[in-house]
Design a binder for this molecule. Structure first.
Ligand SMILES: C[S@@+](CC[C@H](N)C(=O)[O-])C[C@H]1O[C@@H](n2cnc3c(N)ncnc32)[C@H](O)[C@@H]1O
Length: 260
């Protein structure tokens, strides 16, 4: 399936200071639209945008003479629209996994469970090839839809149990995001090349401890570290600069090991 050609349309927000109120008031609310169907006019609360304008890049005006900016949707804009199963790995954790293992254009990776395909999509964006295992047909179908929507061709989705066996050999990374990662250590050992990395991503510290203890009990892996990546978003509005009150504090624990 071809990569989606979508557009991002933004109406920039505007604030104005009102002396009587002694504060800034929003006079234009910032709005962003993701437009997939470029073959027909697009309706916004500020008038409709003609299909001729949807083909442009830069500044365009709606039927109500309101100004918008328009540009091609990027990988991350398309990624944000993928279909999501409840337990999707967040970007902060994906970034850490990619940076810490240093995987790149020469790397071959095994990953599972596929779930919505969030992690496999990012691994495939940077690596040569990714093999992803999933036992649930329904989850695999959602992941396939997402992978196709992003136009990625270097992913092999497998409807198989990763804890039973891994077909690939000499891989650079095995990445586990499944309920019993300790059961996958044996197959991962057979698949990894010496020096290859094993990652386990688990929502609870009990699963994490069981995985690390199982890894430590073997002589073919070293445990490098277990971390929790905390992202704290800040609000910046003139001199009102402070942490946002609503922040996701916990997602999962990442354990990093290495085949020796
Ligand atoms: C938490 S989800 C993975 C989410 C995925 N990393 C993402 O961000 O979209 C865990 C997935 O592992 C699958 N799974 C569980 N045990 C498995 C196994 N032994 N082999 C392959 N997949 C498995 C589940 O069906 C589920 O879809």
């Amino acid at each position: 399936m071809a990569l989606k050609k979508a557009k991002i349309l933004i109406r920039k927000g505007k604030k104005q200071y009102f002396e009587d109120l002694d504060r800034d008031v929003t006079i234009v609310k910032e709005k962003q639209f993701y437009i997939e169907d470029l073959s027909k006019d697009f309706s916004t609360p500020y008038g409709s945008m003609s299909k001729a304008n949807l083909k442009k890049t830069g500044t365009v005006k709606s039927s109500q003479d309101k100004e918008f900016r328009i540009f091609d949707a990027s990988f991350i804009d398309n990624y944000k629209r993928i279909r999501r199963l409840p337990q999707i790995i967040p970007l902060k954790d994906i970034g850490y996994i990619i940076a810490k293992t240093g995987v790149g254009p020469d790397s071959v990776v095994v990953e599972g469970g596929t779930g919505s395909g969030a992690l496999v999509i990012f691994l495939a964006r940077y690596c040569k090839k990714v093999y992803s295992y999933e036992i649930e047909n329904e989850h695999q179908a959602i992941a396939k839809e997402n992978v196709d929507a992003l136009g990625l061709k270097n992913i092999v989705l497998k409807n198989k149990d990763l804890c039973k066996s891994i077909d690939e050999k000499d891989v650079d990374l095995v990445c586990l995001d499944l309920p019993s990662p300790w059961d996958a250590i044996g197959p991962a050992s057979g698949a990894l090349k010496p020096g290859g990395f094993i990652i386990s991503y688990s929502p609870t510290i009990i699963q994490t401890a069981d995985f690390v203890n199982a890894l430590l009990a073997r002589d073919d892996f070293v445990h490098l570290k277990t971390v929790e990546v905390i992202e704290r978003e800040w609000e910046v509005d003139k001199r009102k600069v402070r942490p946002k009150s609503k922040t996701t504090m916990h997602s999962g624990f990442i354990t990093l090991g290495r085949k020796i």
